[in-house]
Design a protein around this ligand. Structure first.
Ligand SMILES: Cc1cc2nc3c(=O)[nH]c(=O)nc-3n(C[C@H](O)[C@H](O)[C@H](O)COP(=O)(O)OP(=O)(O)OC[C@H]3O[C@@H](n4cnc5c(N)ncnc54)[C@H](O)[C@@H]3O)c2cc1C
Length: 404
């Protein structure tokens, strides 16, 4: 069992690892190091309830302030790991101090991809990953303000919905032919884009941002085809990349993220990784995957803690994710494969969707909008990995749970 555990990154995965270690009765020292000034918080509300103004920032905290002392967790805030030295089993921090460890957990998450374009440094050009960034953006979403979003992924689409609820005018620029193309099946893209358009969001698909214009502050943006869009704010939301820079020279095996197995173990003995920073093997998924979701951060954090505590418990849970846009709750589990057959189920509910991605009679993924029961049944079916008798659903009123 690890006597002295150091966790770098105090977000969803880092805190989960610490909490699970205590739950597993790991009594040694646990230090959490986080770059941000805040207590650990969850990110999903940043593009939703924080922007709409429904939540106060304190509601995002994962645990209350007293929790850390109560569980003997040492939390170093505003402190960044700058170097890892596995030979000496220590980590260097940005204030020049070093932390020795018996077990180290890398939970440094991901940071937004930055775009280079003329005008990128103008005021009003922003990114969204942290609570500070969300609060700064929320303060500017005044009724009538014009917001342009580069990137029609989950974050761009959620921010668009939040901004519309605050009567902002919204344009989305997306380089792909459809929104959220990387993660969702085509009918989901079409369904949600149409709901946004009904509420006044304008889409510019297969278009790229070429520049932002303004004296001090952004006033307009131009597209590759020369068109201009007047705007007060420009949000760049074009994906994230795992935060790996501080690991350079450490010898730890990385691809897109830090390579881990289903127990959260990296290529170096005593070092584990979890969350958005990890690139994992998973029994239900092809190849290695970086899974950017709360569920993955929690499950991998638990797996890393179990390994450190000497009670290994592999991470085999079906990966899942959700998004909220207006009153539409999108839920997906598993990952579609390129050659899968797409099956659309009648949910029996208006304004909803249930899609199955099926290959070799196995359910690889389920993607639903406002159809939670079908989603839950699909998630369980993926985990069971048994052949699907899809013909049993070929009658009106048939439900996916009948296949369980
Ligand atoms: C706006 C937004 C909305 C989202 N909505 C959803 C959603 O609806 N559903 C869903 O499933 N997922 C959602 N996600 C994704 C989800 O929040 C992430 O997958 C999850 O936070 C990953 O947890 P993590 O601990 O790996 O990384 P993070 O939560 O990013 O935590 C990593 C922490 O490490 C710190 N750090 C980085 N480098 C260092 C260093 N060198 N030293 C010290 N500290 C460091 C970072 O500052 C950060 O605080 C959303 C994300 C964002 C940004």
């Amino acid at each position: 069992m690890g006597e002295n555990v150091v966790i770098i990154g105090s977000g969803q995965a880092g805190l989960q690892t610490a909490v699970s270690l205590r739950q597993l009765e790991c009594a040694g020292a646990i230090t959490l190091v986080g770059r941000e000034p805040h207590l650990p918080y969850q990110r999903p509300p940043l593009s939703k309830q924080i922007l709409t103004g429904e939540w106060e920032p304190a509601r995002c905290l994962l645990r209350h302030a007293e929790f850390y002392a109560e569980h003997d967790l040492r939390l170093l805030r505003d402190r960044m790991a700058t170097q890892l030295n596995p030979a000496h089993r220590h980590v260097l921090l940005d204030d020049g101090t070093t932390l020795d460890y018996d077990a180290l957990v890398i939970c440094t998450g991901a940071r937004p991809n930055r775009l280079r374009f003329p005008g990128a440094e103008l005021e009003g050009v922003c990114y969204l990953r942290t609570l500070d960034e969300a609060q700064a953006l929320a303060a500017q979403l005044q009724p009538g303000a014009a917001l342009t979003i580069v990137g029609g992924g989950f974050i761009g689409m959620e921010v668009a919905a939040s901004a519309r609820s605050r009567q902002c005018r919204v344009n989305i620029i997306e380089s792909q032919p459809r929104v959220m193309q990387r993660s969702v099946l085509e009918p989901v893209s079409n369904f949600l884009q149409a709901r946004h358009e009904q509420r006044g969001v304008a889409f510019h698909l297969q278009e790229c941002l070429s520049a932002a214009h303004g004296d001090r502050r952004v006033e307009s943006v131009s597209l590759d085809d020369g068109r201009r869009i007047a705007t007060d704010l420009l949000l760049v939301a074009v994906g994230v990349r795992p935060d790996l820079e501080w690991l350079e020279g450490s010898g730890i095996e990385c691809g897109r993220g830090v390579h881990v197995d289903t127990h959260g173990r990296t290529s170096i003995d005593g070092i584990y990784a979890a969350g958005d920073v990890a690139e994992t093997l998973h029994p239900l998924l092809p190849g290695r995957q970086v899974l950017e979701s709360v569920q993955n951060a929690v499950s991998q954090g638990k797996a890393a803690a179990a390994s450190i505590a000497g009670r290994p418990q592999p991470y085999t849970e079906v990966p899942w994710f959700w998004s909220e846009q207006y009153h539409y709750r999108f839920q997906m589990a598993g990952l579609p494969r390129p050659d899968d057959e797409l099956v659309s189920l009648d949910t029996g509910q208006p304004d909803s969707l249930c899609l199955l991605s099926v290959g070799g009679e196995r359910l690889h993924a389920v993607q639903c909008i406002n159809s939670p029961q079908d989603y839950m049944a699909g998630r369980r079916l993926i985990g069971l990995a048994k052949p699907l008798a899809l013909d049993r659903l070929d009658r009106p009123g048939a439900r996916l749970k009948e296949l369980l």
